[in-house]
Design a protein. Structure first.
Length: 115
């Protein structure tokens, strides 16, 4: 059995609006990138410990940065590398905590938005 749902979409170039004229952003939104793991393009990588299975593993992904390079200062790049190397202790998701903003919106969970 197959169900088909038809949505009333605006014509190309038009934006759905709320009664007060603001853009209508109601709906279920989902990020479909791997920016949660790295903003730059990256290859797949195993997690830091085999017994943890997929925890800390990274799927391959395209970058979301124009030009693919972020102009880090040397000390900021060193901090990024240190945080990645020590992610089992530092990453809030490993401890089952929600990540903070902006990372929370880069993961692939669904975000219901109701205006």
């Amino acid at each position: 059995m197959t169900a088909v749902v038809a949505l009333a979409l605006p014509a190309a170039g038009q934006v759905r609006r709320t009664p007060d004229g603001k853009p209508n952003l109601n709906g279920i939104w989902q990020v479909l990138t791997t920016a949660n793991w790295d903003l730059q393009g990256h290859a797949a990588a195993a997690g830091p410990m085999i017994p943890l299975g997929a925890i800390g593993a990274m799927p391959p992904g395209q970058g979301v940065v124009e030009g693919e390079e972020i102009p880090y200062k040397p000390e900021a790049l060193a901090t990024k590398k240190a945080n990645f190397a020590d992610r089992l202790k530092l990453d809030p998701e490993v401890k089952c905590y929600l990540p903070g903003v902006p990372r929370l919106r880069k993961d692939q969970t669904l975000l219901p938005l109701i205006q």
